[in-house]
Design a binder for this molecule. Structure first.
Ligand code: UD1
Length: 337
């Protein structure tokens, strides 16, 4: 099949690109490199010994994205491109709505013009908001608590309407839990531009000596050790979920939301200990106040992914930490190193 990846050079995009190329699909990556590096694409090409098309472009460029889609004529689009920092979305909400919502409208208009009727969308468990029950299943009410989460929810609604309007259209909404880790080669991985917001990249930068210590945001939650619990998922498992979703989109119509998680949580201190064991490095930390907006614990009910996609996670926390460390150790300054 012909697969078009928006944001294909980013963290999840590059791992999915590698997976999709190993399935012998023809690929076009559309990326503006605003939070990613062309070097990631060069490394994927080297690792897979495959070439693919690359178009440098912004999803807000309506004519540019339309032309790229009309030229490539994809069977399926996988849409990663978007902004993803919660704090930034609270400071700059309009930028988030413009990029994530308007960008998706341009993409869908371009797909209509190119005759492409199938999309796999990077959604997030953040659409659920404060848990009314756990684990979250896909029917859990959606109540995002910040503009970033609202953009994911709004795009889900738009895709639902796009599918209702045309019985030939297909949208698979993958609701990611907490993706971490890196490809086993250590050649591609997560490369935050700034101070990392998320736990795992911060822990790896502490272990490699780039930062002095981790701040643990609260140890008085109602969890076993008092620290926050999340459903971490290895990025290679996540990439495989995309490959399965592409296969599903090929043979089904309509809009389906699917959780992509392991179904079990780990606490911040469990992650710290697992990382120390995997890296052999100390990860000093101090406990500070809770981060505003954080939830004590959440994790997925992953049954639907197994039933519809035949997919489930295969890699555990030790493997997530080992691969994140391998990437960090080989690339202490990320792709710039
Ligand atoms: C965050 C976002 C979420 C987004 C996801 C992307 C918030 C409130 N939520 O999720 O919307 O979809 O990233 O991956 O930002 N922690 C520390 N110290 C740190 C960093 C994190 O103790 O320096 C703790 C947090 O309090 C939390 C856990 O580690 O308990 C995981 O945090 P993080 O990696 O930021 O993910 P989420 O908050 O789950």
């Amino acid at each position: 099949m012909r697969i078009f990846l928006t944001g294909g050079a980013g963290y999840i995009g590059s791992h999915t690109l590698l997976e999709v190329l190993s399935h012998d699909h023809e690929v076009c990556v559309y990326d503006d490199f605003s939070n990613s590096a062309p070097e990631a694409l060069a490394r994927v090409s080297h690792l897979t010994n495959r070439s693919f098309d690359t178009v440098e472009g912004d999803i807000l460029d309506r004519n540019g994205i339309k032309q790229a889609l009309v030229d490539f004529r994809p069977d399926v689009v996988v849409h990663f491109a978007g902004k993803k920092a919660v704090g930034e979305s609270m400071a700059e909400p309009l930028m988030y709505y413009r990029n994530n919502v308007d960008g998706t409208l341009s993409l869908l208009e371009g797909m209509n013009a190119a005759g492409c009727s199938r999309i796999v969308f990077s959604s997030s468990a953040t659409v659920y908001g404060e848990p009314e029950y756990l684990p979250y299943d896909e029917a859990h009410p959606r109540a995002p608590t910040n503009p970033y989460g609202m953009t994911k929810y709004m795009v889900e609604l738009i895709l639902n309407d796009w599918c209702s309007a045309n019985a030939q259209n297909t949208a698979v909404l993958l609701r990611y839990f907490n993706p971490v880790g890196a490809h086993d080669s250590g050649e591609i991985g997560e490369d935050p531009d700034d101070i990392p917001n998320n736990l795992m990249p911060f822990v790896s930068q502490v272990a490699v000596g780039r930062r002095e210590k981790l701040q643990v945001f609260g140890d008085d939650y109602d969890t076993a050790d008092g620290t926050g619990v999340r459903d971490y998922i290895h990025v290679v498992d996540l990439a495989k979920a995309h490959a399965a979703a592409i296969g599903y989109a090929e043979t089904h119509y309509g809009c389906e939301a699917i959780n992509v998680g392991a179904g079990q949580g780990s606490s911040v201190l469990e992650v710290v200990r697992a990382f120390e064991a995997a890296s052999g490095q100390p990860v000093p930390y101090e406990v500070v106040a809770r981060r505003s907006g954080d939830i004590a614990a959440f994790y997925a009910d992953p049954a639907k992914a197994k039933n519809l996609l035949g997919w489930q996670t295969e890699r555990g926390l030790a493997d997530m930490c080992k691969s994140a460390w391998n990437w960090q150790r080989k690339n202490p300054q990320g792709y710039k190193g």
